[in-house]
Design a binder for this molecule. Structure first.
Ligand SMILES: CC(C)(COP(=O)(O)OP(=O)(O)OC[C@H]1O[C@@H](n2cnc3c(N)ncnc32)[C@H](O)[C@@H]1OP(=O)(O)O)[C@@H](O)C(=O)NCCC(=O)NCCS
Length: 161
């Protein structure tokens, strides 16, 4: 039985990371809290299954806090997303950071359930935050695949110290 292995991002992963981000988020640029970040230049981890890359997490550290900028599992429900998330939380603990946090959008109920299951708490709803996000990244769709209007940012966190 093969299990998921997690490794640090290295320079040789740059092309793969750029491809995953473009495919999953329309661009390597991710917007959160009115700020645009090139996620392919961030630290992070890649998950491997049978030696193939199957998941990516990127994060940014600022003011004793770690923000998860992107998390993508390419094969659902194999433990890839939770393994990547645990690795970042452990890294934040090692660095004695105060919290790990992220925003997702109101339509992404799937991600909210996933994060709650991993011990995250909902801390804020930033109403209509996507208006500002679309000024920075006009490609963000108005509707989710399910037809839900994408309007608000949902902020979630896990407190560490
Ligand atoms: C959210 C996401 C990262 C989860 O990755 P994953 O590899 O499927 O997650 P895991 O296999 O590690 O699942 C961990 C646990 O969460 C649960 N879980 C996963 N998705 C869930 C969902 N939609 N609803 C409820 N529980 C869910 C799993 O059942 C599992 O529980 P278990 O350990 O009790 O079996 C993945 O679905 C994804 O890439 N989504 C699209 C991108 C995205 O929304 N990213 C997050 C916003 S930044």
């Amino acid at each position: 039985m093969h299990k998921v292995q997690i490794r640090h991002i290295s320079e040789k992963n740059y092309q793969w990371i750029t491809g995953v981000l473009k495919e999953r988020w329309g661009s390597v640029k991710i917007v959160s809290r009115g700020k645009i970040t090139s996620a392919n230049k961030l630290p992070g981890f890649i998950a491997y299954f049978n030696n193939q890359p199957v998941g990516l997490i990127t994060y940014s550290i600022l003011n004793d806090e770690c923000e998860i900028i992107s998390l993508d599992s390419l094969q659902k429900s194999l433990g890839i997303g939770s393994s990547l998330l645990k690795e970042v939380v452990n890294e934040a603990k090692r660095q004695k950071l105060k919290r790990v946090w992220l925003v997702t959008t109101n339509d992404n109920i799937y991600a909210q359930q996933f994060y709650i299951k991993q011990g995250f708490k909902l801390v804020a709803i930033h109403k209509n935050a996507l208006e500002k996000s679309r000024q920075l990244k006009p490609g963000i769709p108005m509707l989710s695949k399910e037809g839900i209007p994408i309007k608000d940012e949902i902020e979630m966190e896990i407190e560490l110290f």
